[in-house]
Design a protein around this ligand. Structure first.
Ligand SMILES: [Zn+2]
Length: 415
């Protein structure tokens, strides 16, 4: 992208686009579906054809979650149930209550047949430890002592898919957890009731056919779903705006290689959109050369990191290109917790452009914190990288994914 082309990238236009999506877009909800329609409408406005690829996923509807202290005082606390951990008997589980802090082995050895409370969200390892210790149920602590009002509603968590779920659990707010321990809660009743349901999510895809190297494919990707806690402007509508701006650019400046722009659904549910994409397009993956993903972008206070899951030489190449355009960034050669991982897992070298910032996965992640200045710079940086790779005679790096990353990716996707 030279100085002339750079003028075709407009931060304010990106900002205006992102501002249209200041609502929650949790995967499988009407918010996500509405956002997909708006993305397609924007593509249509500059003559880019698009398609939608839908897929279904398993979700859990929480019917009831409650935690009541029975002794030495009686009080019911506001809690949120853990999804994917099954249901207690209808009347609930009554058991002694015990706070086991970080769930160290000493504390855990006292958890048998008790409702055990731990500090951090319960993930796979801690869940297995709690179940292994014979806990009757679990409570995890969320939030901070500074929270007020709606922030006192404890966060929701999911257990990972691969888990057998013999015990149930809930999330409680920090302040309530502190009260329970301070007042010496010693006996409690836990109720969790949930139902499986199938939901539909979708990817929006726009392809710009290449000229003389059309059989080689580059992807520019960003997820457009949000978590249910907030409207996900920084995570990740800003990135959606960046690749939309680049789609507009390449529509007007046709590349030699084919460029596929993908707005993924259900990333926040475990990279489901990208996993559906590589499944549906499995036969075509041999033609894919590089995935350029963007996840977390658009805030002013922050810096750019490009996580490269592929040969280390790609980091050097990207650094060289960033020097050419004069926009700051650093690289990390590692796997990355975003849709780029899915491509790398399937043998396509991939990167995620990431900008650190404030408020991810909270209600504070709104468009108010986005900046046209930041959006424009990121789009120019990524646009420069994409334009060079789209038009270069031969792709300047090996497609081979280092063994160590393959191992880590297998573990990532299989746990
Ligand atoms: Zn994200």
């Amino acid at each position: 992208m030279d100085m002339m082309n750079r003028k075709q990238i407009d931060g304010q236009r990106q900002m205006d686009f992102a501002a249209k999506f200041n609502y929650v877009r949790e995967a499988g909800t009407p918010g996500e579906e509405k956002a997909a329609k708006f993305i397609r409408k924007e593509l249509e406005s500059f003559g880019a054809d698009s398609r939608e690829e839908t897929f279904t996923f398993e979700a859990f509807k929480m019917k009831k979650a409650s935690l009541a202290v029975l002794e030495p005082y009686e009080k019911e606390y506001a809690v949120t149930g853990y999804a994917r951990c099954g249901s207690t008997p209808e009347e609930g589980i009554e058991a002694p209550f015990l706070y086991i802090e970080n769930g160290d082995d000493i504390s855990l050895s006292y958890a048998k047949d008790k409702i055990a409370m731990v500090n951090a969200p319960v993930r796979k390892d801690m869940y297995e430890k709690l179940a292994g210790a014979g806990a009757a149920g679990f409570v995890s602590i969320a939030g901070t002592p500074l929270d007020e009002g709606e922030d006192l509603i404890p966060r929701a968590y999911n257990l990972p898919k691969s888990i057998e779920a013999p015990i149930q659990g809930v999330s409680i707010h920090y302040k309530d957890a502190a009260e329970m321990v301070t007042k010496g809660a010693s006996r409690a009743k836990l109720i969790v009731s949930q139902e499986k349901e199938e939901r539909t999510s979708r990817n929006v895809i726009a392809r710009i056919g290449g000229t003389d190297k059309a059989e080689e494919i580059l992807t520019l990707t960003a997820h457009f779903d949000s978590v249910k806690e907030g409207p996900g402007a920084y995570d990740n509508m800003a990135a959606c705006a960046i690749i939309m701006e680049l789609c507009r650019f390449f529509k007007a400046n046709r590349p030699r290689r084919t460029m596929e722009f993908i707005w993924f659904g259900a990333e926040e549910k475990g990279l489901l959109g990208s996993q559906n994409y590589v499944k549906v397009h499995e036969k075509e993956l041999a033609h894919h050369q590089f995935n350029m993903n963007v996840d977390l972008a658009g805030q002013l206070v922050g810096g750019n990191v490009i996580g490269v899951t592929g040969a280390a030489s790609i980091c050097e190449m990207l650094t060289y290109l960033a020097h050419e355009i004069g926009i700051g960034m650093i690289t990390t050669n590692s796997i990355w917790g975003s849709d780029s991982n899915t491509f790398a897992w399937k043998g396509v070298p991939a990167m995620t452009l990431n900008r650190d910032g404030f408020g991810m996965h909270t209600r504070h992640d709104t468009v108010d914190l986005l900046s046209p200045w930041s959006l424009e710079r990121s789009a120019v940086l990524l646009g420069h990288i994409a334009e060079r790779l789209a038009n270069i005679e031969v792709m300047p790096f090996t497609k081979k994914i280092p063994e160590e990353f393959c191992r880590q990716l297998d573990e990532y996707f299989n746990s």
